[in-house]
Structures are given as C-alpha cells and as structure tokens.
Design a binder for this molecule. Structure first.
Ligand SMILES: [Zn+2]
Length: 261
C-alpha cells in the first residue's frame, strides 16, 4: 500500500459514490466515510516512515544487502545519530565508538556545521557515514514546497562536501515525516531515504535506566536504531548499550553504497 494506490482507490470509490448519490439518491453524507479514511491514511503514511507510503526508505539493516555485501549469518545492527553536530555530545559519542571500533551513521543538520567543521572531519576520518538531515530542521520543514526542501538538502550537501570532500548519499527526513513534496525533493536530489525500525525515544526518556531498558528490550537482528546527538542520556547509556550488544553477539554495521550523487 502506498500513496499512489490509496489515491487511486479513493478516486474510484468517490466516483462510484457520486454515481450512487446521483442515481439512487443515497445521502451525500456517505462521501465523508472514504474522505475521512483517506485523510487518515495520508496522515498515518506521513508519520510512519516504515510504511514507505510516499517514498521508499531503508528501514532495516536487512535491506542493506541491496546496496552492499552483507554477512547475513551475523546478528547485524546499526546505530544512527540524528540532529548533530552537537558541540559537546558528538565528540563524546565519537570517543565511545572509537573505543569499541564501531562505526555509525550521523545525520547532520546543515546549520550546525559552521564552527564544528573539525568534528565533522573527525567523524569522516574515523570511518562513520555522514548523512543529510535538512538544513534548518524546523517544525515547518514538511510544509515547504519541493523546491525549498531541495534547496535545504543541497545547502547541507554542499557544506558537508566543502568540509570532508564528498557529499552524502543518505537523507533522513526530519521527525521521520514524509509527504509528496519531500518524496520529490529526495528524488530530484538523487538521495536515498533512511528511516529506522527501532525508535529509542531518547528525546523523551525520563532516565538513563529507562532508555537503556527500551534499547535492550527492543534490539534484535537487523535493528536500525534511531538515537539523537542532542540527548545527554544517549551519551550516558551508549557504553553500556554497546557492551550489552557485543556480549549478545551483535555486529555493528553501516550502509556502504556506491550510489552516486
Ligand atoms: Zn531530527
């Protein structure tokens, strides 16, 4: 089920209802049922990136195999960090990852790059994958035109390229919200959308224990884990979480793709 199919079904049902209203005199209020259901699906499709409703996203480590060699006999998982660069937390996160020789995905907000170029360079030098997470990441991001979204994506790509010499391939939609304009912007900029299948809810976690439990309880092979660099609790639990995963035999992987921008 995706946007195009749902839209087609809605148009067909509406046309049939119109015929019935005209020929059989059924109440016009019947139109509201498909209209409400249609709008509900549009909203849910926008919120749940895993639905691949407006655009296909990479939502599981299992799908990495379409882009790279992946040893599927291993219990592969992947860490992703959004909303960087964070001047305090990002270096701490990088220190922890370095200690365990683990690579992760970092989805960077363009406006956070200025003044933090050295951190971005370090990220790249230490083998992490750098992705685009819009330029401004405001609440209005999804209300913009395709052109404006495209400009945000391109501005961040240019800043990243100017700092590390290469532009990112992966884009993570702010808040994980997608819509037709964003789908077009991602397509026009030749990016790949990456979602997740394990939401840590670190941004609203009340304590380190609660966050760690949430992560541990939900980690399974092919988990694509969403974390945020701006959350102090995330840095606090990261070491313990990594140690748990290693003890359980998980392997940390990142998506390597030769997809050209
Ligand atoms: Zn974000």
């Amino acid at each position: 089920m995706n946007f195009k199919i749902v839209r087609f079904v809605f148009i067909v049902i509406s046309a049939l209802l119109a015929i019935f209203v005209f020929k059989k005199n059924i109440p016009i209020a019947y139109f509201f049922i498909p209209l409400v259901l249609y709008n509900l699906l549009l909203v849910l499709g926008a919120i749940f990136i895993q639905w691949n409703f407006y655009i296909k996203s990479i939502n599981s480590v299992a799908t990495f195999k379409h882009f790279m060699d992946l040893d599927e006999s291993k219990k592969n998982i992947c860490l992703t960090f959004d909303d960087g660069i964070h001047t305090n937390n990002t270096p701490l996160t990088l220190d922890i990852l370095k200690r365990y020789q683990i690579n992760a995905h970092f989805f960077i907000i363009g406006k956070n790059i200025q003044g933090n170029e050295n951190i971005l360079k370090r990220m790249h030098d230490e083998g992490h994958s750098i992705g685009n997470h819009s330029f401004g990441h405001t609440w209005k991001f999804d209300l913009q035109s395709t052109k404006s979204m495209q400009l945000e994506i391109e501005a961040t790509n240019q800043l990243i390229k100017a700092t590390i010499g290469e532009a990112p391939v992966l884009f993570r939609p702010p808040y994980g919200v997608t819509n037709p304009n964003l789908a077009r912007a991602i397509k026009n900029t030749n990016m790949l959308s990456m979602g997740w299948n394990l939401r840590s809810f670190d941004t609203v976690a009340k304590s380190a224990d609660q966050l760690l439990k949430k992560l541990i309880d939900n980690t399974k092979p092919n988990s694509l884990i969403l974390l945020h660099e701006r959350c102090d609790l995330t840095v606090e639990v990261l070491t313990e979480y990594i140690e748990y995963c290693l003890l359980e035999g998980y392997t940390f992987v990142t998506l390597k793709t030769n997809h050209e921008v």
